[in-house]
Design a binder for this molecule. Structure first.
Ligand code: PMP
Length: 305
């Protein structure tokens, strides 16, 4: 993995090798950390790096922190500034992925959230695809259930909760699948290991609502807007039953790391005609233009470094 030379750690930019936490740190011992995953896209024509929707990402990060009784002395705007500064320090000229984290920084044991100090840190890495097979992914329905809002909030990006995603991803990959669909406690499809889910049924784009134990994805939000405004599709947020995906016309998954992944097979059954469909194809192309700041209509989503 190609990591940044510098990181933001304990209030300042330091060489990555100095951004170290102690083994007795609360966030490490209990998974009491929340994080974000933000991407920067290199635009070759403009020779510039653009960060995609950092305001939304930092807003979600701060909200995840609120759920976990965390507070840091930064707001969305100051986090964006800090991001731009960090990216300029290492002069990135390629697609990158950033990992901001807020964590419980006290040392020693004692499982709780209150009366502990919070810290913010961030490092950068060169982008690596999350799902390699992104035009014809074969997914399975995971035997693991999605964490429930009353267990660990799925709408928060809580580090400890990613043990759930790791179990889902590893079992899917070891069984030969690219990804998995995960059911919530009611048996509805919530999302993938780190991606939101969409299906096209009879010309309508359907995705689970934010009350079905999903992460409120920023790619999801962007795709909903593009589908409505640019393709004129009806978008419905409603629960999806397990068997609906077998009769859907198209299916895809979205995420910052994965972007838009076409799902063409679920548990050995073809989705639609078994190849990437027209809606997925259009949205993939549109999304790539938007994230690389090639579509000026959505330039408010791109922050230039
Ligand atoms: N669900 C989960 C569990 C995730 O970890 C992610 C990745 N952040 C997503 C969905 C997609 O969200 P986003 O589009 O904001 O990256």
């Amino acid at each position: 993995m190609d990591l940044s030379k510098h990181a933001f750690f304990e209030g300042k930019t330091v060489p990555l090798s100095e951004a170290r936490i102690n083994i007795a740190t609360h966030g490490f011992l209990y998974g009491t950390a929340v994080f974000g995953g933000v991407r920067g896209y290199w635009n070759e024509e403009k020779k510039r790096l653009f960060v995609f929707r950092p305001y939304d990402h930092f807003r979600r990060l701060l909200n995840s922190g609120r759920m976990m009784a965390m507070s840091i002395p930064y707001d969305e705007e100051s986090l964006i500034q800090l991001t731009v500064d960090l990216l300029r320090t290492d002069n990135w000229r390629q697609d990158i992925y950033m990992r901001p984290t807020i964590y419980k920084a006290d040392m020693g044991i004692g499982v709780r959230l209150h009366e502990l100090k919070d810290e913010f840190c961030m490092f950068v890495m060169a982008y690596e695809p999350y799902v390699r097979n992104d035009t014809n992914a074969h997914v399975t329905v995971s035997s693991w259930r999605r964490i429930d809002d009353n267990v660990i909030p799925a709408r928060g990006k809580v580090a400890g909760a990613y043990a759930n995603s790791a179990l889902i991803k590893t079992d899917a990959n070891r069984a030969g699948f690219d990804e998995a669909l995960v059911l919530d406690q009611h048996g509805h499809i919530s999302e993938g290991s780190a991606m939101n889910v969409f299906m096209v049924r009879d010309g309508v784009l359907v995705t689970p609502p934010v009350t079905d134990n999903i992460l409120e994805g920023i790619t999801r939000r962007s795709i909903i807007e593009l589908a409505k405004k640019e393709i004129g599709l009806d978008v419905v947020e409603r629960s999806i039953d397990r068997t609906e995906v077998f009769i859907a016309d198209e299916m895809f998954m979205t995420g910052t790391a994965a972007q838009v992944v076409a799902v063409t097979k679920v548990d050995h059954r073809p989705v639609g005609n078994g190849s990437m469909g027209p809606v997925t194809t259009k949205l993939r192309m549109m999304f790539d233009d938007v994230v690389r700041a090639k579509n000026t209509k959505y330039s408010s989503w791109n922050v230039e470094v």
